[in-house]
Ligand binder design. Structure first.
Ligand code: AP5
Ligand code: MG
Ligand code: ZN
Length: 214
């Protein structure tokens, strides 16, 4: 099962992708998590990516495409994968389609998690992220068992640098300009599926399972 999660920043792509990965036994591949891990480890890629991410801008396509195309050819991806945060521009989608065609395959669904901007601004201030394992919480909607500590790995939870209100607005603008056109792209390809992301997390997941099958 090869899936793409589409949706605005904070729509719940990561939240749902983790649950999909666990239920269907496929890897969750988040380009945002890959960049954050590189920043934390001080790699060259991390240094390059950080200058864009901190401003709420997209990292250039050439730093992203090869990375993902390599990742999806690793052995744990044989049964499929769920891509979260990629593709994010039309050139990225075209690069993915071309790479998959070369491998004689294609994606099954691009799942668009639809949430209006007003709800998003509310959500982001309450998000807490684990830089250890990539887990995501919300102080109100999905709190950890112990405040400020990751349930899964015990690391400290932080407010992401790009979750400050001014940066969130910039990310939303960038989303509408560069990423939203992908909804049209995958509709034309006959691959788009829509879910209402304003619902409770469990209801959103139930709608996805309805689509994908038990
Ligand atoms: P990335 O990490 O992908 O961030 P994003 O797309 O902005 O999305 P988020 O991770 O902020 O949101 P999400 O949809 O995963 O929501 P979540 O599940 O956490 O990218 C960060 C940066 O990296 C980009 O800005 C860019 O610079 C760069 N980058 C990454 N990929 C790139 C690419 N392909 N090309 C170029 N640049 C790239 O949920 C949000 C919050 O809401 C959480 O607190 C959660 O608990 C809560 N929540 C979730 N669902 C619900 C619900 N149903 N009800 C109530 N609360 C909910
Ligand atoms: Mg995410
Ligand atoms: Zn953790």
């Amino acid at each position: 099962m090869k899936l793409i999660m589409l949706g605005a920043p904070g729509a719940g792509k990561g939240t749902q992708a983790k649950r999909i990965a666990a239920k269907y036994g496929i890897p969750h591949i988040s380009t945002g998590d890959i960049f954050r891990a590189n920043i934390k480890n001080g790699t060259e890629l991390g240094k390059k990516a950080q200058t864009y991410m901190d401003q709420g801008l997209l990292v250039p396509d050439e730093l992203v495409c090869d990375l993902v195309v390599d990742r999806i050819q690793q052995s744990d991806c044989e049964k499929g994968y769920v891509l979260d945060g990629f593709p994010r521009t039309i050139p990225q989608a075209e690069a993915l389609t071309a790479a998959l065609e070369k491998l004689g395959t294609g994606i099954d669904y691009a799942i668009n998690v639809e949430v209006p901007d007003a709800n998003i601004l509310n959500r982001m201030g309450g998000r807490r992220a684990c830089l250890g394992c990539g887990a995501t919480y919300h102080v109100e909607f999905n709190p950890p068992k112990q405040e400020g500590v990751c349930d899964t790995c015990g690391a400290e939870l932080v407010l992401r640098d790009d979750d400050k209100p001014e940066t969130v607005q910039k990310r939303l603008d960038v989303y509408h300009e560069q990423t939203q056109p992908l909804i049209d792209y995958y509709t034309k390809a006959g691959k788009l599926a829509e879910v209402d992301g304003t619902k409770d997390m469990d209801d959103v997941f139930a709608a996805i399972v309805d689509l994908l099958g038990e």
